[in-house]
Design a protein around this ligand. Structure first.
Ligand code: LCS
Length: 401
């Protein structure tokens, strides 16, 4: 019997990709090791009939970078492959990806059910902007799948999950929610930003759409803003040819290239983020000035078992509450020297921020308390520095409380 061809490992795929778009017609054959940046807004037609055929949809040649560009395509092929989906669409930001996904699923009069802890920008989209367009959203505690079942209405057209959620690190049991949604024919979207495809593949668990703020771990170096959607080929085609075409949130070729470069080191970076985060979480959990540490890798996390079974690792994000409440948190954030006080996450640098007044200031006081974003909560995106240096920095800042 012929041996089954073994799939290359994740790290190999991140570096070598599924397809290389690096062969050019030139004076000499070229095989670049890095995908070229096609820094071109438009693409020439061979003749008038060729152009007309492209616009009739009979020829798939590149037309215009808002609709597609070879560097974007290389990224989309790679992301679809890593997320085990049929196709992907690269966009200008994670929020462009969220808006594109919602508009591709819903119209006026439709309804979405989502978890109640989301990135603050997504919460604002759901509670302010979409209702103005006649799309309503019910946000429910995401740790119990039954809450999603209860909130579904006749006009529900999308279930939107963020797991682990920003910044409370609440997990949602993807398979359980998919089961509920399937019975009603409702698509499930999972924002996989915190895990990346290295740690979690929601499509393999039955979800229909994966979303990334690629600004974070995919890019990984704090130098670009971008978003990705992965899903069925026809859904992605509609998102590109209707929503992206009309709303216009396309990614630049250069940013697509930065993400391709970021992907090459994704597994190596994630391993180090996770190892560092585990040590930082342990340090914090034994520190006398720290009241509570939220990290899915700690046994004290109420969903530690779900994290261990649903994910292939616990990620690099930690939230913690220091004694002295909000003022204690302020002392830490104002006195760190190595860690940078900044929003965003998933960068090589360790970033520290205050969700209640920064990333999640779109939640009002009551909502913050309901969803568990304590005013004393400090969020840390553990970077790739030597972990002893990160810990020493936090130790000296905590000593000032
Ligand atoms: N989804 C998640 C889970 C996020 O954390 C973010 C941004 C987005 C979507 C939106 O992506 P963007 O448009 O920024 O690429 N989260 C941020 C954060 O926690 N700090 O700054 C941005």
């Amino acid at each position: 019997m012929a041996a089954r061809k073994k799939e290359p490992g994740f790290a190999t795929l991140c570096i070598h990709g599924k397809k290389h778009l690096d062969k050019h017609e030139g004076e000499k054959p070229i095989r670049a090791i890095s995908t070229p940046i096609f820094q071109s807004s438009t693409f020439a037609f061979e003749n008038a009939e060729h152009g007309a055929a492209v616009f009739r949809g009979e020829d798939a040649s590149y037309v215009y970078t808002r609709l597609g560009n070879p560097t974007q395509t290389a990224l989309e092929i790679e992301m679809a492959y890593l997320e085990k989906g049929e196709a992907a669409l690269a966009l200008a930001s994670g929020m462009a990806a969220a808006t594109t996904a919602v508009l591709n699923c819903c119209q006026v009069g439709d309804h979405i059910v989502s978890g109640d802890t989301l990135y603050g920008g997504t919460h604002q989209l759901f509670t302010q902007t979409l209702p103005r367009m006649g799309i309503t959203v019910t946000e429910v505690p995401a740790n119990d799948p039954a809450n999603f079942a209860k909130a579904i209405k006749k006009n529900t057209k999308l279930i939107y999950l963020e797991t682990p959620a920003n910044p409370t690190l609440v997990l949602t049991d993807i398979k359980a929610v998919v089961k509920i949604a399937r019975a009603k024919g409702i698509p499930v979207l999972v924002d996989n930003t915190f895990c990346t495809p290295y740690l979690q593949n929601p499509l393999e668990m039955g979800a229909d759409i994966v979303l990334h703020s690629a600004t974070k771990y995919i890019g990984g170096h704090g130098d670009t803003v971008a978003g990705i959607l992965v899903g069925k080929a026809d859904w992605i085609m509609q998102a590109r040819m209707e929503i992206l075409r009309d709303v216009g949130g396309c990614i630049s070729p250069f940013n697509a290239w930065l993400l391709l470069r970021g992907l090459k080191t994704l597994p190596v970076r994630m391993d180090r983020h996770m190892a560092n985060a585990m040590e930082v979480a342990q340090f914090l959990s034994y520190h006398p000035k720290v009241d509570k540490v939220i990290f899915p890798g700690l046994k004290t996390h109420p969903q530690h078992q779900l994290a261990a079974s649903q994910q292939r690792g616990f990620g690099g994000m930690i939230s913690f509450m220091v004694s002295g409440g909000r003022e204690g948190g302020r002392v830490v954030m104002d006195n760190v020297k190595l860690c940078t006080l900044a929003v965003s996450l998933g960068d090589v640098d360790t970033l520290i921020e205050h969700p209640a007044t920064m990333t999640h200031s779109t939640y009002n006081e009551e909502e913050l308390l309901t969803v568990g974003i304590d005013p004393a909560m400090v969020r840390i995106s553990v970077g790739l520095e030597n972990v002893e240096d990160i810990i020493a920095d936090l130790r000296q800042a905590l000593a000032l409380i």
